[in-house]
Design a binder for this molecule. Structure first.
Ligand SMILES: Cc1cc2nc3c(=O)[nH]c(=O)nc-3n(C[C@H](O)[C@H](O)[C@H](O)COP(=O)(O)O)c2cc1C
Length: 218
């Protein structure tokens, strides 16, 4: 087991890194490790709505920068940039994706598929009310953020810096990715991005509210 202190050290080490050392690249093995922690992340109903688009094409990063005010320092200097895309209509109950997923990934027997479909439909229609495209997209994005957090924490645990990037125009970024043919005809949308690399400057002081301020026990 890893000690609590080692885990907390990683949480203190992780910070929103603004500029990376452009000379230092993350090794392929290390970056696969980071992606693997995204892959193993949990998602609602286990449907893994994400796709990890690793953007190493500097021309595409530059194009995205025109609509991404939050990554001016990160995109040009990061070793790796990941855009987490999420599925849209594929996530609806009864879609070809969910049906295939239950059979081919989860290996569910037919009676489990039928039961799961009933629950999933109820969840979409009344529990979480996900019929509106925006509500559905936001729900998928919430899953993406779990993978995002796990990847950043895992990176920190092996001494790799990161920055989550939400400072972009959703419309603008989706347009650029669609023009590049990366959204599969609107089947995917951009949830959030993250840059990874090695810091070039010392990190700033970490400020947080106290545990007492943000916790209520009942
Ligand atoms: C979802 C999300 C999106 C963020 N987007 C940006 C961004 O676009 N650009 C940026 O420089 N920082 C971004 N941040 C970093 C936050 O500002 C930062 O995490 C916060 O101020 C706490 O600082 P720390 O991460 O250094 O502890 C984002 C953080 C999160 C969680």
């Amino acid at each position: 087991m890893i000690s609590q202190q080692a885990i907390l050290d990683a949480f203190h080490f992780r910070h929103a890194c603004k500029t990376f050392d452009p000379e230092r690249k993350i090794s392929e093995a290390d970056f696969r490790f980071i992606l693997e922690t995204g892959r193993l992340s949990p998602s609602s109903f286990g449907y893994e709505p994400w796709r990890f688009l690793v953007i190493q094409d500097m021309a595409l990063r530059e194009k995205l920068l025109t609509v991404t005010w939050g990554a001016k320092g990160q995109f040009p200097s990061a070793s790796h940039v990941v855009a987490i895309l999420v599925r849209k209509d594929d996530m609806r109950p009864g879609s070809g994706y969910t049906e295939r997923f239950m059979r081919e990934v989860k290996h569910f027997p037919e009676e489990v598929i039928a039961r799961s479909n009933t629950f999933y439909k109820q969840f979409h229609e009344s529990d979480f009310k996900l019929q509106e495209p925006r509500a559905l997209f936001d729900w998928s994005c919430r899953q993406a953020y779990i993978a995002l957090a796990n990847m950043m924490t895992a990176a920190a645990m092996v001494g790799i810096d990161s920055c989550p990037i939400e400072g972009f125009s959703q419309e603008g970024a989706d347009r650029i990715l669609a023009e590049a043919g990366l959204l599969e005809d609107g089947g995917f949308g951009l949830a959030v991005m993250a840059a990874f690399g090695y810091r070039i400057n010392p990190q700033t002081e970490k400020t947080r509210q106290t545990l007492e301020q943000i916790t209520r026990w009942v």
